[in-house]
Design a protein around this ligand. Sequence first.
Ligand code: PEP
Length: 250
Amino acid sequence: MRDYLIAGNWKMNKTPSEAKELVKEILPLVKDSTTKVAVAPSFVAIPAVAELVKGTNVILAAQNMADDEEGAFTGETSVLMLKDLGVEMVILGHSERRSIYKESNETINKKVKLALKHDLTVDLCIGETLEEREAGKAEAVCFEQLEKGLAGVSEAELANIVIAYEPVWAIGTGKTASPEDAEAVHKACRGKLAEMYSAAAADKIIIQYGGSVKPANVKELMAMENIDGGLIGGASLTADSFAALVNFNK
Ligand code: PEP
């Protein structure tokens, strides 16, 4: 039996003061959840949120990190800085990082290995664009992102990896993949991971779905055999909707 993980990606929203207010509202609403729960504030809001989530069931995540440990990289934030603040998980390879900031699979892989070296859980995002889906390449794109993103990652290290399947055309657009379409890709990706590692390792790994998940569609998505939670953008920005997602199975 795999756990469900519901993670909120706040993106470039919420000032540190607003982030504090949001997390204060979220904590009592999710404290008895049976799903795992994580929030990913902006870098500057992490210290404030870290103080509030310490000792609770909420996992503190970052939205990105640099691909080097330290040095002359103006404007970057390192894994050492995140660890020092109590961050436990990092989202890597989000489609906005891939498309807007031109992060390649190779850069993402470097970050994945660095995060694992420092015992961070990695939430590795994969997913196809609309053009790729229409060309029948959804699975091939995801497989390539898995192979390249996880290059050099051992089966033992896979225990610290979560995959988020996020079809790019469904992120922030209000368009959700149908539960059946999402399930087909999740199942195929689990099969790919079984090929890359082992059936046992593939069976254990959490594969989240992301892309316009909201309280109205969460149950039908989570009912699918290979969907183990969600990476949530828009609907994670208010306590009520995020808590409704975390508590979808209550
Ligand atoms: C995301 O950014 O990872 C995401 C899934 O966003 P949204 O839920 O807003 O589509």
